[in-house]
Design a protein around this ligand. Structure first.
Ligand SMILES: NC(=O)c1ccc[n+]([C@@H]2O[C@H](COP(=O)([O-])OP(=O)(O)OC[C@H]3O[C@@H](n4cnc5c(N)ncnc54)[C@H](O)[C@@H]3O)[C@@H](O)[C@H]2O)c1
Length: 402
């Protein structure tokens, strides 16, 4: 994926279970790197490295010179454990204990696939880690305590029963998808969507697509696809979802059908939102896609061979590190006091950044006859170079020099 070496790669073995965990620091900026921690049976160092590289792009792509928040470097953590494993919590605790020096010094982390922020906060607090983002909070002008307080206030907010911290990422995905529809001349009210995954990202994406008038006809979770050609009642499904993002099938509405999970990809819809695992659209299944827009909530959802096929067919793929940037950027906009810790300010900032950014990269891709991912990468690298120029000693990577 990238031509530079990671700044740091680390493999951890849990001394009790033998379970492996990984941290990759791809790049540092002002001495710190940011990226989530995922828990998934089968996660590998390669996967974590791919994700850490995407984090470098994701951090830089939202750089706005007037903001207090200056992009961090990119990192990622992964634990090779099923989040449903009864030992998952204690493994997370031992991982946190082992990584405490790294987390406090340079690895600012947060929730990702299989890990909830509130659980991480609770487990890390037991290990004496005040915040999973501690290292970045040290860069905030009015101090880590004030930043910590702002994050606490923001995370305590909820909108119609869902915590704000769980909503901002998917809100951004929905905004990016709506911008892509606009770019293609499609009106939300006449568009349909299918979302794979109904956790933090999928749940919020489905909510805000539906709120914009898009008919959400399919939502899948780990147990299969819930489909309704007339449109699902997303709020009702959110109210019948457990903490792992699984829909209670007893709460389905008349007209809702149960289909195999794999059917999400070939569903008849304008927009597909992969919001569960990585690598779900590949060379073997890409021919099933009927949608004209794919908006990646999940990281590395589309493999390169599949993306090439989709681009040749004229499908718009909004790349992960733009579409799903909302959660990451929101943390820092709150912590660095670029926005008030309220839902209104959060949604306004995310929309104000993601709509124009998505339109900019799609316009550039069309103008330069390159893929949206290439256009977004170019935008991110240009912004990263601008950060490096402003903080000359801060970007420890070959990425800006190549
Ligand atoms: N949470 C964030 O803020 C954030 C930010 C950026 C990117 N992401 C990425 O988005 C994706 C989802 O993250 P999340 O935080 O929403 O995860 P989550 O753990 O909250 O939810 C995962 C969802 O995927 C579903 N799922 C699991 N296996 C499935 C399968 N085989 N088929 C269909 N659905 C399945 C689960 O049932 C659940 O609904 C991940 O790839 C993550 O890296 C998350």
């Amino acid at each position: 994926m990238s031509t530079h070496d990671s700044y740091l790669e680390l493999t951890w073995t849990d001394e009790v279970t033998g379970i492996k965990g990984y941290v990759v620091i791809d790049t540092l900026s002002r001495g710190v790197a940011g990226g989530g921690l995922r828990m998934r049976a089968g996660v590998t160092l390669d996967e974590v490295r791919d994700l850490a590289q995407a984090m470098t792009l994701k951090e830089a792509v939202v750089y706005t010179p007037g903001d207090q928040y200056i992009p961090l470097g990119g990192a990622k953590g992964g634990i090779d454990c099923d989040p449903y494993d009864p030992r998952a919590r204690e493994v997370l605790a031992r991982f946190g204990r082992a990584m405490k020096p790294l987390i406090e010094a340079l690895f600012a982390t947060g929730e990702d696939f299989g890990v909830r922020q509130d659980v991480m906060d609770e487990v890390f607090a037991e290990e004496g880690i005040r915040s999973s983002a501690e290292s970045a909070l040290g860069l905030v002008d009015d101090g880590a305590d004030a930043a910590h307080e702002r994050l606490k206030v923001a995370f305590a907010k909820s909108v119609h029963g869902v915590g704000l911290g769980e909503l901002v990422g998917g809100y951004g995905v929905a905004e990016a998808a709506l911008a892509a529809l606009e770019f293609r001349g499609l009106k939300p009210a006449s568009a349909t969507a299918v979302v794979q995954g109904f956790g933090s990202m999928g749940g919020a994406t489905a909510r805000y697509l539906a709120a914009a008038g898009v008919r959400v006809v399919g939502i899948s979770d780990k147990d299969g696809l819930v489909y309704n050609s007339e449109g699902l009642d997303v709020e009702h499904l959110l109210a019948n979802r457990d903490v792992f993002g699984v829909i209670d099938r007893n709460g389905l509405q008349p007209g809702d059908e149960l289909r195999p999970g794999g059917d999400w990809l070939g569903a008849d819809a304008d927009v597909l939102v992969p919001a569960a695992m990585s690598y779900v659209i590949n060379a073997d299944n890409v021919d099933q896609v009927k949608a004209s827009v794919i908006c990646e909530a999940a990281n590395v959802a589309t493999l390169p061979e599949a993306e090439t096929v989709l681009l040749e067919r004229g499908v718009t793929v909004v790349p992960d590190f733009v579409a799903n940037v909302g959660t990451n950027a929101w943390w820092w906009w709150v912590a660095f006091a670029d926005i008030e810790p309220t839902a209104e300010a959060s949604f306004a900032k995310i929309s104000g950044v993601l709509r124009p950014l998505t339109l900019e990269l799609l316009t550039r891709a069309r103008g330069e006859a390159i893929s949206p991912r290439e256009a977004a990468t170019a935008i991110s690298e240009e912004k990263r170079a601008a950060v490096a120029e402003r903080y000359p000693t801060s970007v420890k990577s070959a990425a800006v020099a190549r």
